[in-house]
Design a protein around this ligand. Structure first.
Ligand SMILES: [Zn+2]
Length: 121
């Protein structure tokens, strides 16, 4: 499994240039090491599109972000990745206001997502 572990911001930005790069990373993390249907637990699936799969047994369609930290993120998965990167690579406490300015989201959005990240860990 390819697990991103670097702390270099430039390398991170190069690796995740587009939302699609982030979703491709999630595909690797979520399905290529072993798929399991969220509804029935079946382990065989077909690819529905680049970023969604269909269970061979119950036909449940699952997006790559389903059941992840990035589920229903409306402000762009790339910005969410950058918030996670910032949160995981600093030893300082980060304010929602600071993160909002850094990633181009509202303070409310930053606060909500940062809370979600903290709850997820
Ligand atoms: Zn299923």
């Amino acid at each position: 499994m390819y697990l991103y572990q670097g702390q270099n911001l430039i390398a991170f930005a190069d690796c995740f240039k587009l939302d699609e790069n982030c979703k491709e990373y999630l595909v690797h993390m979520k399905w290529l090491e072993g798929y399991e249907c969220l509804r029935c637990g079946n382990k065989i699936y077909q690819t529905r599109s680049i970023f969604s799969s269909v269970c061979n047994k119950c036909s449940y369609i699952e997006s790559v972000t389903a059941n992840t930290l990035f589920h229903k993120v409306k402000f762009g998965i790339r910005k969410a990745f950058f918030i996670c990167f910032e949160m995981s690579t600093t030893t300082k406490s980060l304010s929602a206001n600071y993160m909002a300015q850094r990633c181009g989201v509202t303070e409310k959005t930053a606060r909500f997502f940062m809370h979600k990240v903290r709850e997820y860990q």
